[in-house]
Design a protein around this ligand. Structure first.
Ligand code: PEP
Ligand code: MG
Length: 574
């Protein structure tokens, strides 16, 4: 019997492969007294050796597709497993207290971890504590005869089944073999879902108990278009989905023909379809998609991929690379948006009850000005190599924007002492993601150069529903007439002042939202590169005057998200 699972469709495509459960096995054990200490010491050495072999094999396989920094972690772990001081202490404990190898290992490891963690201000030591915890798990798993999951070592096609997938997990994945991802937790706009779209891996998130229902090695079908998954499918189901996957691939090939085509509507109106990126390594996908611009560079990933604050020089190089590759096409770089579900250990931010409502994004930048100023300087310097725009995240009040602009202007003037005119052509914009800014868009439109509507957060805050929490994911309602009115208000306010209205939240790449947004006159649509060509293809078939009529019809008649969806579907099928 096949097992049916339902989650949230998070990344397009269909995957069919064996399940790979990314869950840590139960490593609990009993501390027992043993008469024969030598046997326990032998067991310990065997487990240490097998663990070292594991790490060497994983590292060997990972060379070539993982970053040097990730590879260095394997060496650090091997060094720990051969640390004579630690091994001597475990042996002594086993001998003097007559305990089993598991208990000896755990006691010594815990002692090391506690000592390292006590050095709260020392980030290096904190990270070493995490290393000791990691290698202890590996040795324990061998002592207990249990198998640990090994993401970097995956070398055949699989679908990952996990409680949740973190950005650091995704950095270890070899895209060639990961045919899909299904997670218990998460919403469509959680950052793990966004990463899956960037990697073009089909994904279903928020499937509640996928890790309970699916076993390692089970055959699995995953439909990232509908949010459905089938465990242990019948042959008929596999054949059916293979056909659907082929159809999807054929569509993709059709879309690919539009890579050099302009982004125009059926009646010839020009728009801009842009890409969202996390790091410069996403640039390949931007070029493959033929994007008109980069509408959102989530610069915080530069900070998250680094073990310390990235220097002005490192940031400058990264921004310069992106701007140069785009050869004069606009590149909108958002200043650091840390906080919410993106943490940064070395900034030592306080624990918060409500991180999404707390110390986040521009709120941090305005207080940690040294961090902000470094970023702004790097941006201003990189602006010489193309068309760079700067955008501030999470702006709620005019004062916040004005303060950010003043700091930007101060840094620009300092740099102009050496290089006159540098940064003068940089456009400054804000993300509209806090309802207070959306409602008062007319005032902001007078002072900024452009808006970019961040619907992931705007919807989260408008509906008071955590974007990463699958229990409230039904409140992710991009077609709700109340939200549509708010978005229309923002677009109209920008146009009233002759400013650009862009959107860079996931709604910008949503096929149902597209005719509505075109009808409202949204200028720029920024999305995962994997959605660019599909959107360009649909845009070509839509007439803006008819889309505007659809908007009028929806705003006059729809009362719910579902009402709108039906009206748009009827419009698209006409
Ligand atoms: C948004 O909130 O819509 C957005 C684009 O920013 P992020 O998803 O990074 O919060
Ligand atoms: Mg946001």
């Amino acid at each position: 019997m096949s097992i049916k699972l339902k989650g949230i469709a998070a990344s397009d495509g269909i995957g069919i492969a064996k399940a790979y459960l990314l869950v840590t096995p139960d490593l609990s054990f009993k501390k027992v007294t043993v008469a024969d200490s030598d046997t326990e010491i032998n067991r310990l050495h065997q487990a240490l050796e097998t663990s070292i072999e594991d790490l060497k094999t994983i590292k060997g396989r990972a060379v070539g597709h993982l970053d040097k920094e990730v590879l260095a972690i394997f060496d650090a772990h091997i060094a720990l497993l051969t640390d004579p001081e630690m091994i001597k202490q475990i042996e002594q404990l086993i001998k003097t207290q007559h305990i089993n190898a598991e208990a000896g290992l755990k006691a010594v490891a815990d002692h090391f971890i506690n000592t390292l963690e006590a050095m709260k201000e020392n980030r290096y030591m904190q990270e070493r504590a995490a290393d000791v915890r990691d290698v202890t798990k590996r040795v324990l798993s061998h002592l207990l005869g249990k198998e640990l999951p090994d993401l970097a070592g995956i070398d055949s096609p699989v679908i990952l089944v996990a409680h949740e997938v973190t950005p650091s997990d995704t950095s270890q994945m070899n895209k060639q073999y990961i045919k899909g991802i299904i997670t218990d937790l998460g919403g469509r706009t959680s950052h793990s879902a966004i990463m899956s779209r960037t990697l073009e891996i089909p994904a279903v998130v928020g499937a509640t108990d996928a890790t309970q229902q699916i076993k390692n090695g089970d055959m699995l079908i995953l439909d990232g278009l509908t949010g459905e998954a089938i465990g242990s499918p019948s042959q008929a189901e596999i054949t059916d989905y293979q056909k659907q996957a082929q159809y999807f691939e054929a569509q993709r090939r059709e879309w690919a023909k539009l890579v050099d085509a302009p982004s125009v509507s059926a009646d010839g109106k020009q728009f801009e379809i842009a890409s969202n990126i996390g790091t410069p390594t996403d640039l390949g996908d931007v070029l493959k998609a033929g994007s008109d611009a980069i509408g959102l560079f989530r610069s915080e990933f530069l900070y998250m991929d680094s073990s310390d604050l990235p220097t002005e020089e490192a940031q400058f190089e990264a921004y310069k690379r992106v701007v140069k590759v785009m050869k004069g096409k606009p590149v909108v770089i958002r200043t650091m948006d840390i906080g919410g579900d993106k943490s940064l250990s070395y900034l030592h931010l306080p624990e918060e009850m409500n991180p999404f409502l707390g110390y986040r994004a521009i709120r941090i930048s305005l207080q940690r000005q040294e961090v902000f100023r470094t970023q702004l300087r790097a941006l201003i310097r990189a602006s010489q190599f193309g068309q760079l725009r700067i955008m501030f995240p999470m702006i709620a009040t005019l004062e916040e924007f004005r303060q950010a602009k003043t700091i930007f202007t101060e840094e620009k003037h300092k740099l102009q002492a050496d290089e006159p005119g540098i940064g003068d052509d940089i456009k400054l914009g804000i993300m509209i993601e806090v309802p207070a800014a959306a409602i008062f868009a007319e005032a902001f439109a007078k002072e900024v150069d452009f808006f970019s509507i961040g619907t992931n957060d705007l919807i989260q805050y408008t509906f008071a529903a955590d974007r990463g929490n699958e229990c409230v994911s039904y409140l992710y309602q991009p077609y709700n007439p109340g939200l549509l009115k708010l978005i229309k208000h923002v677009i109209d306010a920008a146009h009233q002042e002759g400013k650009i209205a862009a959107m860079c939240g996931e709604m910008a790449g949503d096929a149902v939202a597209l005719p509505l947004l075109m009808g409202m006159g949204l200028d720029e649509y920024s999305m995962s590169s994997s959605s660019v060509l599909r959107t360009r293809s649909t845009m070509k078939s839509l007439d803006t005057a008819k889309c505007a009529q659809l908007v009028d019809h929806v705003l006059a008649n729809a009362l719910t998200n579902e009402d709108t969806r039906k009206m748009v579907k009827a419009f698209l099928n006409k």
